[in-house]
Design a binder for this molecule. Structure first.
Ligand SMILES: CC(=O)[C@@H](O)[C@H](O)COP(=O)(O)O
Ligand SMILES: NCC(=O)COP(=O)(O)O
Length: 238
């Protein structure tokens, strides 16, 4: 069964816009879980443009499903994660000022960093996932580093989907098989939406978790948060 982890970065974007605490990020996370989310994902960036480090500390004791913290393994990020002790950490190679995540890891040249960080995260019993491009030829290296999962970076799928969904899904089906054959679990995320999620699930039902934020929160403006979460979950039931 593919789990839905709701990324609440954009709830924090709205909250920060006015400097107060509306919407309350902690309450939204709890409500998302009550509405059916099977995980909460956050991506605290160095500039704290949306999720703040304090949000992560405040969320840690209240998230009752799976808490997934994404980010680049800087010293500050690792200290925060060791405080929060989430179920899963998704390592993303984002430079500090990137607009949004826009690439998967290149393991070559990052082996010692990743090996050290993965060992450190395993020591706090976190499941470790690496954000990877579907075309990556480094899944075996990811496995050797001790990671548990890869998260397939699905922007390319979302962009291609409206043009040719069969062509869009092909590299992701192939990547799923390569990763799965190595014993790596497979997550997926970035730009997934009500438009493209059902086909992704239909074609790759073995994906363990999708983390979805931007489109889901935008959809909630029209359909309401509870209804939207249920709409996304129905895409994962067929
Ligand atoms: C890693 C990834 O693709 C997303 O989870 C990322 O967290 C999106 O970040 P923004 O919400 O800052 O665009
Ligand atoms: N890992 C993907 C994620 O958490 C959310 O990405 P997006 O849906 O905001 O593009």
């Amino acid at each position: 069964m593919t789990k839905l982890s709701v990324n609440i970065n954009k709830v924090a974007t709205l909250r920060n816009a006015r400097g107060g605490n509306i919407p309350n990020v902690i309450k939204v996370a709890t409500d998302c879980e009550n509405f059916g989310a099977e995980g909460i994902t956050v991506h605290p960036r160095p500039d704290e443009r949306h999720i703040r480090y304090q949000d992560v500390r405040d969320l840690s004791p209240v998230v009752t499903t799976e808490f997934n913290i994404e980010g680049y393994p800087s010293k500050d990020f690792l200290e925060l994660v060791k405080e929060a002790k989430p179920a899963q950490v998704t390592l993303v190679p984002d430079p500090p000022h990137v607009l949004t995540s826009n690439a998967g890891w290149t393991v070559k040249g990052n082996e010692s960093l990743l090996e050290e960080v993965i060992a450190e995260l395993k020591s706090i019993n976190a499941r470790v996932s690496l954000f990877m491009d579907a075309h990556s030829t480094e899944f075996e290296a990811v496995k050797k580093l001790g990671a548990d999962r890869v998260e397939l970076y699905t922007e390319e799928y979302a962009t291609q989907y409206p043009k040719d969904k069969i062509q869009a899904i092909a590299p992701f089906k192939e990547a799923f098989k390569r990763a799965n054959d190595l014993g790596l679990g497979v997550n997926a995320g970035h730009d997934l939406s009500l438009e493209n999620l059902a086909f992704l699930h239909q074609e790759i039902p073995g994906i363990l978790e999708v983390s979805i934020g931007h489109a889901l929160i935008a959809d909630a403006l029209y359909y309401g948060l509870e209804n939207t979460i249920q709409m996304y979950k129905r895409c994962l039931m067929k």
